[in-house]
Design a protein around this ligand. Sequence first.
Ligand SMILES: Nc1nc(=O)c2c([nH]1)NC[C@@H]1CN(c3ccc(C(=O)N[C@@H](CCC(=O)O)C(=O)O)cc3)CN21
Ligand SMILES: O=c1ccn([C@H]2C[C@H](O)[C@@H](COP(=O)(O)O)O2)c(=O)[nH]1
Length: 283
Amino acid sequence: MKQYLALCQRIVDDGVWIENERTGKRCLTVINADLTYDVANNQFPLITTRKSFWKAAIAELLGYLRGYDNAAQFRAIGCNTWNANANDNQAWLDNPYRKGEDDMGRVYGVQGRRWQKADGTVIDQLKKIVDDLTKGIDDRGEILTFYNPGEFDMGCLRPCMHTHTFSLLGDTLYLTSAQRSCDVPLGLNFNQVQVFTLLALMAQITGHKPGQAYHKIINAHIYEDQLPLMRDEQLTRTPFASPQLIINPKITSLEDLETWVTLDDFEVVGYQHHAPIQYPFSV
Ligand SMILES: Nc1nc(=O)c2c([nH]1)NC[C@@H]1CN(c3ccc(C(=O)N[C@@H](CCC(=O)O)C(=O)O)cc3)CN21
Ligand SMILES: O=c1ccn([C@H]2C[C@H](O)[C@@H](COP(=O)(O)O)O2)c(=O)[nH]1
């Protein structure tokens, strides 16, 4: 939690105002932030200086792992975060690849589970990684990447947290996640939960101990309409200790994640938090 607040403070103190053409808003921006989450000791990096809707963040991750491409699929498992990008973004509404209401196109999980090759066959990146790690193999290329420049025009948004690299040292699994663009008040609150949970889940289903998760962010920003709430409200609050994430131990395979897992299989204990803050969202 301290590292999150330090990043917010750094943006407030040292950030540079940058015009963002896509949203038409200015963003106070810094470049490069490195966050570390202690998954080994179950220090769940949930924001405590406001109420965090962590279940929606885990649902979003679950949707990516399942290869979802439609906001209705995300809603059905408890996540509303893709409604706006799928349905309220004029550039995407005008895009001939959009298949209709709620379609997100070839984003995130589609690339992770069904990367299209030139010969028409597909690559399931996640399955290859799970199979390797389960056998104790780390070929130094256990990389799940959603970043496919050849298909950017076929999706509603380029992936922000785009590449997850898994590493095995003995029986301990590590994760390094790379993010090109980060909405610190809204997105990072979710992304921290996702990096932590991804390592915890992958360690559990491949039979390893989780180690540390490393989260590398390139462009970290606060939108102009979010700044007063962050500077004058959230940053004045004193954080509480980290809660713990409990995952149903019956989840033991990728197939479990694909078929029966729901948000009821995740529980957070010891979550003390301040009052909610509603930040504006930019489409
Ligand atoms: N501008 C922007 N920021 C983002 O963080 C973002 C995007 N766009 N587009 C794609 C996804 C969608 N994400 C989102 C979208 C909405 C919330 C949000 O509204 N969060 C609220 C509560 C959510 C709830 O009640 O479930 C929050 O207070 O955290 C968070 C992340 C993250 N990404
Ligand atoms: O997981 C996510 C997804 C999105 N974001 C934020 C980062 C930016 O504010 C927007 C995406 O806009 P781009 O113009 O494509 O950079 O969404 C996030 O923080 N986390």
